[in-house]
Design a protein around this ligand. Structure first.
Ligand code: THU
Length: 127
């Protein structure tokens, strides 16, 4: 199966696992690492400050599993429109998936971006 199709299928599956009682807005993400796919969904909490975006869940899952090369990332949501990642998630992508192809899918099609397009002049500091 073509890479983009596989990611779309996995992101849609992940979206079904979203826990979104507060917003009713479901998001699913699939990341392509060096050899495998990681997924994430948004997980909300009644204490709203603890809610997590799907991108953040997927990226931290991958990084915590030792993934060193996130090659592509697919974002889907339950909305009709394209779901662009929030500012915090853009910074995480900038940090951990700087070379990734970023796909955002809606019912109208799939758009492709780089993180440099979505986050020009992102914060960088060598530690
Ligand atoms: N959300 C994501 O998971 N990813 C995005 O790119 C935008 C927003 C989540 C956060 C919250 O659970 C819900 O969508 C509504 O904002």
């Amino acid at each position: 199966m073509e890479e983009v199709e596989l990611l779309l299928k996995e992101a849609r599956r992940a979206m079904k696992r979203a826990v979104a009682p507060c917003s009713n807005f479901r998001v699913g993400v699939a990341l392509l690492g060096r050899e495998r796919v990681y997924t994430g969904c948004n997980v909300e909490n009644p204490s709203l400050m603890l809610s997590e975006c799907a991108e953040r869940v997927a990226i931290l899952k991958a990084v915590s599993e030792g993934e060193k090369q996130i090659r592509a990332l697919m974002i889907v949501s339950s909305d009709n429109d394209y779901c662009y990642p929030c500012g915090s998630c853009r910074q995480l992508i900038f940090e951990f998936a700087p070379e990734a192809d970023i796909y955002i899918a809606s019912r109208r099609g799939i758009r492709k971006y780089t993180i440099k397009e979505l986050l020009p002049f992102g914060f960088r500091r060598e530690l």
